[in-house]
Design a binder for this molecule. Structure first.
Ligand code: 4FV
Length: 264
């Protein structure tokens, strides 16, 4: 996977390329990265990349010329690359979109600044408009780093273990199960016994229940739009029956209580 970032602050990416999984993936040639300065594609002597908005108003807008020059230069070298504009107007970024982007050989990530980019860029040269969230940033660079980070994790071998990304949160539409490591006892809290048992089937079942419970408690919306498999349905059924039993007891007690009060 070849990531080319177009930005007026290419130096922002130096520390990002130089640490952790991204650094390792670059060293192991799982990904190739470069940050190009949009200014280098401005034709005028002062390499101006922004100007005042037509129709007036505050702030500045990124000029189409330098952007189009930078995009065309990047895609000339990678004709099959996908071009991505980071913008609050874009499609919400999520794990499924990360998987989709990971299928490309290359991605050209365009980082806006100021109030945004000239609309004519989107029409001609952009395959994806992507938003990392419903808030406004000062620039698209942090959003581009998030895309590079999430997509790199899905490149085979980038995470070291072949299948490491398969047990991710959202990989199966659920939040990840609870994780524990040494020490066995921490401030009076013990690690769940089953995780020390070596019973892989039991551990697998416990982890699925942990994922389901956390998703139910923290992100029940994810469960609503997930096609549940047989095992997941069995577990949710079991919980529903247990909850029903509790509620029935509760209602019975209340009836008995009401009955007693009426007799008095
Ligand atoms: C953004 C987002 C974002 C808008 C104006 C950069 C800023 C400035 N990008 N997801 N949310 N971009 O706020 O992707 O040009």
């Amino acid at each position: 996977m070849n990531f080319v970032v177009l930005t007026i602050f290419p130096e922002m990416f130096e520390p990002f390329w130089a640490h952790g999984i991204i650094r390792r993936a670059i060293e192991h040639k799982k990904i190739f990265t470069s940050a190009l300065n949009i200014r280098d594609y401005a034709q005028d002597r002062h390499q101006v990349t922004d100007d005042r908005p037509y129709g007036g108003g505050s702030g500045m807008v990124m000029k189409p010329g330098p952007l189009a020059g930078a995009i065309r230069s990047a895609t000339r070298k990678m004709p099959a690359a996908g071009t991505v504009l980071l913008t609050p107007q874009g499609r919400p970024f999520d794990q499924n979109l990360a998987k989709e982007l990971a299928s490309f050989d290359g991605l050209v990530l365009i980082c806006g600044r100021y109030e945004g980019v000239d609309e004519r860029i989107s029409h001609e040269l952009i395959d994806y408009e992507i938003s990392i969230g419903d808030y406004v940033l000062t620039g698209g660079e942090l959003a581009a780093m998030i895309i590079v980070d999430a997509v790199t994790r899905l490149i085979p071998g980038a995470l070291g273990g072949e299948d490491a990304a398969e047990n991710d949160s959202f990989a199966n539409g659920l939040l990840e199960h609870a994780q524990y490591t040494r020490p066995r006892m921490f401030e009076g809290q013990e690690v769940p016994e089953v995780l020390l048992s070596g019973h892989h089937q039991e551990i697998k079942k416990w982890r699925l229940e942990s994922s389901l419970m956390r998703t139910l408690m923290k992100r029940s919306d994810l469960l609503q739009n997930k096609d549940l498999n047989r095992q997941e349905i069995e577990i949710l059924d079991k919980w529903r029956n247990e909850i029903n039993k509790i509620l029935q007891c509760h209602h019975r007690e209340r009836e008995d209580l009401k009955g007693k009060e009426e007799k008095i």
